[in-house]
Design a protein around this ligand. Structure first.
Ligand SMILES: Cc1cc2nc3c(=O)[nH]c(=O)nc-3n(C[C@H](O)[C@H](O)[C@H](O)COP(=O)(O)O)c2cc1C
Length: 191
């Protein structure tokens, strides 16, 4: 069975980002694909120290929760990465997580993964798109297959403002992102 994981890059439990990821994953589940929501706020994730040992061993020397999380990413068919906007970009927590996934790059683990992004901020034009672009950079450098939200919205993934449980555009773009990911996942894996 295909599986999509949704990673919540907020340091806050049960916040606006988490709501959006949940919304997207629920939509994906409706289409018969297994999902798992992964929060980072409750994990021990150190930052990459740039020792480069992963370039020869394909493993990270730091022993923390990233060993388990790296396996989860490696085994997923689709990955949603999300973050609230912090000063126009992703949170430090989200960036640490992304940097620590470097061991997967050597083995081209993202080659056939369908990748989507979610960002939310306190303000309209607060940096949702710049945050999403940073997440897209990560996916592209990992060699993943990046998709945005589906038509008719079809822009830069899923974006929210303020309380996302009351933000119709946040909810709609999360659902459209989910639909687009399912569409491409099925095309790659079943057709
Ligand atoms: C340090 C910090 C920086 C922030 N910078 C921005 C920003 O640049 N643009 C914006 O729209 N919101 C900004 N915000 C607001 C958050 O993105 C917003 O409250 C978001 O809904 C939090 O998501 P969460 O509930 O998932 O943690 C910032 C919040 C913090 C704590």
């Amino acid at each position: 069975m295909l599986k999509v994981i949704g990673i919540v890059g907020s340091p806050r439990a049960g916040g606006n980002t988490e709501f959006m990821v949940e919304t997207a994953l629920k939509e994906i589940e409706k289409k018969g694909i297994k999902t798992e929501l992964i929060t980072l706020h409750d994990r021990n994730i150190g930052y990459c120290v740039g020792c480069d040992s992963c370039k020869t061993t394909n493993k990270c020397i730091i022993e923390d929760d990233m060993q388990e999380l790296t396996e989860k990413v490696k085994n997923a068919d689709g990955v949603i990465m999300s973050s609230p906007v912090y000063f126009g970009d992703m949170t430090g927590l989200a960036k640490s997580f992304i940097d620590r996934l470097r061991p997967l790059r050597n083995v081209h683990a993202f080659k056939y993964k369908v990748c989507g992004a979610i960002a939310t901020g306190g303000f309209r034009n607060g940096g949702q798109e710049t945050t999403i672009h940073s997440i897209y950079d990560f996916f592209l450098i990992q060699g993943g297959i990046v998709v945005g939200d589906d038509r008719p919205t079809a822009h830069f993934g899923a974006t929210g403002v303020g309380n996302t449980s009351e933000d119709e555009i946040a909810i709609t773009t999360c659902k459209h992102l989910a639909n687009r990911m399912v569409d491409v996942l099925n095309k790659i894996n079943n057709d």
